[in-house]
Design a protein around this ligand. Structure first.
Ligand SMILES: [Zn+2]
Length: 264
């Protein structure tokens, strides 16, 4: 064997060794990473399977709270056609954005605030003088008013059920008053503030009946609709429903329940 041949043989051996190292190294790296991946997946599956139902419930509640928080941030828009009467209770989550009226006492839902001011200003411009005697009333106040009336009757010997039935004829139970929507207002003549049959004939009330629809208001408890509204005629109780609905309702001489029936 020449020296040249010996050298070539040694070189071939080195090439084989290097190739062997490269192949074994590559296989090792592949197996290692594959192992890590499988290990990760196993750990994940194991964690999921060991998570108790309570853990998942807690997570759901937290997510729910987060979703609710986001929902609250959305500006709350009141449907001006919301129906609140003896059969239809105000939703428990009802929220109303209130604005205080010029008299610093009465409050109105922001949806009704502008139209109400405009209506009263237009009447005043014709020399009329109004008094808002009832506007927004929260459910707690309604509850107190209702309970006070029940208590008076119970002191006179009525049972709770009897007293409740009597009071309910004139006052809405808590959660059933339109005044809690912020869209209803009792408006009378400044010169005649009685909530009775005489109110109908005052110039202020006559003017309001004629013009309220132009501002989106209706007479909510009209004469002749007592069997539907379950409320005696109230010439002073106005409800904001928006101009379109108000115009139709007042022109047709129907009540809100009848109007909503047309849509169902
Ligand atoms: Zn009223």
């Amino acid at each position: 064997m020449t020296n040249q041949m010996k050298q070539n043989k040694r070189l071939n051996l080195w090439i084989k060794i290097v190739l062997y190292i490269i192949v074994v190294g590559a296989v090792s790296v592949f197996v290692f990473f594959k192992g890590v991946e499988i290990g990760k997946r196993y750990a994940q599956e194991n964690m999921e399977s060991t998570m108790t139902e309570t853990d998942m419930l807690v997570m759901d509640e937290a997510e729910l709270e987060e979703a609710e928080e986001e929902a609250v941030k959305e500006p709350y828009v009141i449907d001006p056609l919301i129906l609140v009467n003896k059969e239809h209770k105000l939703p428990d989550d009802y929220e109303v954005e209130l604005k205080t009226m010029y008299d610093k006492v009465n409050r109105a839902a922001k949806e009704a605030y502008g139209p109400l001011n405009d209506m009263l200003a237009a009447g005043r411009a014709e020399g009329l003088a109004f008094e808002i005697c009832s506007s927004y009333r929260d459910v707690a106040v309604q509850e107190r008013l209702f309970q006070e009336d029940v208590d008076v009757l119970m002191e006179q010997g009525y049972t709770y059920e009897e007293a409740y039935a009597v009071v309910e004829r004139e006052t809405m139970p808590p959660g059933h008053s339109e005044h809690s929507t912020g869209l209803a207002f009792d408006i009378v003549s400044l010169g005649y503030q009685m909530l009775d049959a005489g109110q109908h004939n005052t110039p202020e009330t006559q003017w309001l009946h004629k013009h309220c629809a132009e501002y989106g208001f209706i007479l909510r408890y009209p004469k002749g609709k007592e069997d539907i509204t379950k409320i005696d005629y109230e010439s002073w109780h106005y409800r904001y429903v928006g101009v379109e609905a108000a115009t139709y309702i007042m022109e047709q001489g129907i009540c809100l329940e009848e109007y909503l029936e047309l849509y169902n």
